[in-house]
Design a protein around this ligand. Structure first.
Ligand code: M6R
Length: 601
């Protein structure tokens, strides 16, 4: 979703902010803008479309010391030039960028209009610019603006990270974090502000994740952070250890392809230091009391999108391997659904970004009801990692492509490790060789490319499976639809005959995920039912199972313990979705209408 990138320092501030903003493109956006203060006043440039269009429209050699830039993912008002950020007050004294949503903007807008303010956009953000205008006295200093931003938390409902430049101090950026992430960067030449770490990688040596309620005044030489209670916050700088290639395509045509190829590393990293030589899993970051409660309490898995599909996997693992009462819920439903959680429940919240608004809201609700919350999360320092009672980090590294791939792989790996810690014995032997099984899938990419050639013109896909394969089918369908725009549905295979079979004809491809032994014959019959209606049938098959008679195409998978097969199968199906989308000429890393980190409910 929206991205903020700011720089103050000795380098060309506009150029540096724009370079950082390019690193936030992955979040998904539809317009971009930049503002900078010079001693002549505030300059704002904005345009619908891509950051590169904005860069092309800027003059070279703009001599500014501070700049804030923004990518906007439209919520209030169409993606037009006038709705793009930064937004200004009536006197053009400030320019404001904003991530998040101001929920009570309509009431505030009406009040501000009555008091004589003129609005130039339809956005919720513009109310913040006008409120600042009313509250900041002439001759005020940057720390006065920080106090004004703090006061906004009393009047604005919703989530907002705000960055402001003011013509009175062309060397400063002032910002506030309130339920929408903001990170600071310290570089040799100055300081940076960003909504996510990739914007800082390769440009700053250290980062500092602001806490909710913090304000900051950044100048080329200084960073002053003030907590919500008005006290100065002690410096929290941490070295940025990721190198620039982790935020670049490194020769791959797309981030998604690079990230699928990083799956073996994601598995190894997620297990590193957590597997002892006897195959026992030790998750030292989870307190014993939490593990104990997971063994006898009610376990809920709550998440969105791909992470929810990992939750379906967790539900299955805890039910079938551990005989636990386990449930998976979509976060946006969980919160408003009177969830049956209490002090005996453990709610496992799964998220790549750790900033998904629905998941964060579900975490709060679970806590309110007395549950213990455990985050399974990829982004270190994210809101979810810090909100939950305990966090189990997946270590997939930065995921830039909007379609989640290696993060899902790492989530399943972490959940398998969690299940093993809780007593699931069937995985410990195969967990150490999971990464090499994934590598085997990647070496078969040519075969998958050929299948994609044969299938990419199809208009409809069904993904079928039973047990773990049904959870993987849900993820496979999501992957295909989000990047190729082909209609794809997932069903537990036995459910087809209860309705969806009516849709099967020669124009439909049915992908049967067949990695489960005990129901394999039933799965074969279900695929036969589709074949009998002229559906094309691709069997994605564990290599030690018989080939289904119905299969018109077969893709074999190396065999590992059944509960680990979703990782193997999904690597193949991620590649299939990728190559189909590539052949269809789709914008793979930034699919239409989608954002990487969904920070609105
Ligand atoms: O950052 P999160 O894991 O919380 O994100 C959840 C979903 O928004 C995300 O998985 C989404 O479904 C992806 N685009 C799927 O590829």
């Amino acid at each position: 979703m929206c991205g903020i990138a700011g720089y103050v320092g000795r380098r060309d501030a506009v150029a540096t902010a724009m370079e950082s903003l390019l690193r936030l493109e992955y979040r998904g956006y539809d317009s971009a803008g930049v503002a900078y203060a010079t001693d002549r006043g505030i300059e704002v440039h904005r345009c619908p479309g891509k950051v590169r269009d904005l860069i092309a429209s800027l003059e070279e050699g703009i001599n500014a010391q501070a700049a804030i830039a923004h990518t906007r993912w439209a919520t209030h008002g169409a993606p037009t030039e006038r709705n793009a950020h930064p937004h200004q007050d009536c006197s053009n004294r400030f320019a404001v960028v904003h991530n998040g949503i101001i929920e009570n903007h309509a009431v505030l807008r009406a009040q501000l209009r009555e008091r004589g303010h003129t609005f130039t956009s339809e956005t919720d953000t513009e109310v913040a610019a006008h409120l600042i205008e009313e509250r900041l006295a002439p001759g005020a200093a940057p720390h006065d603006l920080a106090r004004v931003l703090q006061s906004l938390m009393e009047d604005l409902n919703g989530s907002f990270a705000l960055g402001v430049v003011c013509r009175d101090w062309p060397e400063s950026i002032v910002a506030l974090r309130h339920e929408s992430p903001l990170i600071l960067g310290r570089a040799r030449t100055g300081h940076m502000l960003a909504s996510d770490l990739p914007a800082l990688i390769g440009r700053a040596e250290e980062s500092w994740v602001l806490e909710d309620g913090d304000t900051v005044v950044l100048t080329p030489y200084d960073v002053v952070v003030t907590a919500r209670d008005g006290r100065p916050r002690a410096p929290g700088w941490e070295p940025i250890t990721l190198d620039a290639t982790s935020a670049e395509r490194a020769g791959y045509e797309h981030f998604m392809l690079k990230e699928i190829h990083e799956a073996p590393a994601a598995v190894r990293e997620t297990l590193r230091g957590r597997l002892d030589p006897d195959g026992r899993v030790v998750l030292s970051e989870l307190p014993d009391a939490v593990i104990e409660r997971m063994k006898w309490g009610h376990v809920h898995f709550v998440a969105c999108g791909t992470a929810y599909h990992a939750g379906l996997y967790g539900q299955r693992l805890f039910r079938s391997c551990l005989g636990r009462r386990a449930e998976a819920s979509v976060a946006s439903e969980f919160r408003y659904d009177e969830p049956l959680v209490d002090h005996d429940s453990v709610v496992v919240l799964i998220s790549q970004s750790g900033e998904t608004a629905d998941t964060l809201a579900a975490a709060k609700e679970a806590k309110r009801r007395g549950a213990t919350t455990v985050a399974v999360v990829n982004c270190v320092g994210s809101s979810l990692a810090r909100t939950a009672d305990a966090a189990l980090m997946t270590r997939a590294g930065p995921e830039i492509g909007v379609a989640s791939t290696k993060a899902y792989t790492a989530q399943i790996t972490a959940l398998a490790a969690l299940g093993t810690t809780c007593g699931c014995e069937c995985l410990s032997e195969d967990l150490p060789r999971l990464a090499s099984a994934v590598e085997t899938v990647l070496t078969g990419e040519d075969r998958i490319r050929d299948l994609a050639e044969a299938l990419y013109r199809q208009q409809c896909f069904f993904f079928l499976g039973r047990g773990y394969d049904a959870a993987a089918a849900a993820e496979a369908a999501l992957k295909l639809k989000e990047i190729s725009y082909i209609h794809a549905e997932a069903y537990p295979a036995g459910e087809m005959k209860h309705g969806p079979l009516a849709l099967i004809d020669a124009s439909v491809t049915v992908v049967g995920i067949c990695t489960r032994s005990d129901t394999h014959l039933k799965m074969c019959s279900n695929l036969m039912e589709a074949r009998a209606r002229d559906g094309r049938v691709l069997a994605v098959l564990r290599d030690d199972l018989p080939v289904p008679e119905a299969a018109t195409d077969v893709l074999t998978l190396p065999s590992v313990a059944e509960p680990l097969m979703p990782v193997v199968a999904m690597t193949a199906l991620q590649l299939l979705a990728y190559h189909i989308a590539r052949l269809r000429g789709c914008a793979i890393d930034q699919p239409r209408n989608l954002a990487k980190s969904v920070t609105v409910e």
